[in-house]
Design a protein around this ligand. Sequence first.
Ligand code: SAH
Length: 356
Amino acid sequence: MEQNNRQKTDKLFSLINSLEQYRTLSLTEYEYLITHRCPEAAHILSEKASRICRRIYGNAIYIRGLIEISNFCKNDCLYCGIRRSSRNCDRYRLTADDILQCCEEGHALGFRTFVLQSGEDSFFTDDVMCDIIRNIKKRYPDCAVTLSLGERSRSSYQALFDAGADRYLLRHETADEEHYKMLHPPEMSYANRMQCLQELREIGYQVGCGFMIGSPYQTAAALAQDLKFIETFQPDMCGIGPFIPHAATPFRHMPAGDAELTCYLLSLIRLIHPRVLLPATTALGTIDPDGREKGILAGANVIMPNLSPFSVRRKYELYNNKACTGNESAQNKDFLSQRMEAIGYEIVTCRGDIKR
Ligand code: SAH
């Protein structure tokens, strides 16, 4: 038994070393790293990941002001609290003025990236969005605009890019097509999601993909495919966080994903793609009060505090008990700075583009 364990950890450590050196493993090797992980391996992995991150980004943590512009959504993703069939969801939509006001407040607080996120709301046509983007870029030429508006046509992505948007976040959700079908209604497709990501890249956006940890029916093999996808797609950003159930969805009784595995995957992603911008997400901060710090120590280098008007924060409820106060609130930036300093990091005021 002792012998067996020794062999297991030896193999784990040699895979981790090989990943650090070559930034690639086979699907079965990724799967092995996930299923056979142990606290000792997680520790070594996080030390490597944070060292690699420091080599590139120093002790800087980039911040993004997250503005949740609408919770209307035409999609019906089975995991999401703002899905179309969520009847009790109190729907809202910010006006262009509301959004600009958030940016004004955010800019004064030191934010130089604004992330506009929403459900797939047909109110925000290309014309409406382009106007908003142009206005933000005119008032705050020193800022980056990131969009996270879901799936749109190539011509739409192009129009928003031409209006000045810099980055686009579109999580692929899972790189396993069969798994994708279990998380989404039949009218949504894995192929289209992937095509959107390709188009965004071709147009010239800095592109972010990402997935949930512990989403229903997820296997270690599916996670291995997510890692392989990151290795081959080489996204500029990658958002990962634990799945958290929402009471108004079909997945209400499913267990939440866990913080420990999320941090382990953050470290693996840092080894696979050293320069990637990697947020310690709100979902991680929600299931664990020290989640943001743990994420940073595991290799993350971005935090996206909530900059939405207070009146709507509770309504953009992707999952139950979503954190939007304390560490998660843009208005508490000083508090966040202190918490980052306590673990040896510094919140910086800059656009925070990927270092190429
Ligand atoms: N409509 C946009 C934005 C979606 S919300 C889009 O399609 O890209 C942003 C992310 O929140 C989603 O991509 C999903 O990965 C995550 N999310 C949704 N519901 C969740 C849940 N119950 N638990 C954890 N994360 C969730």
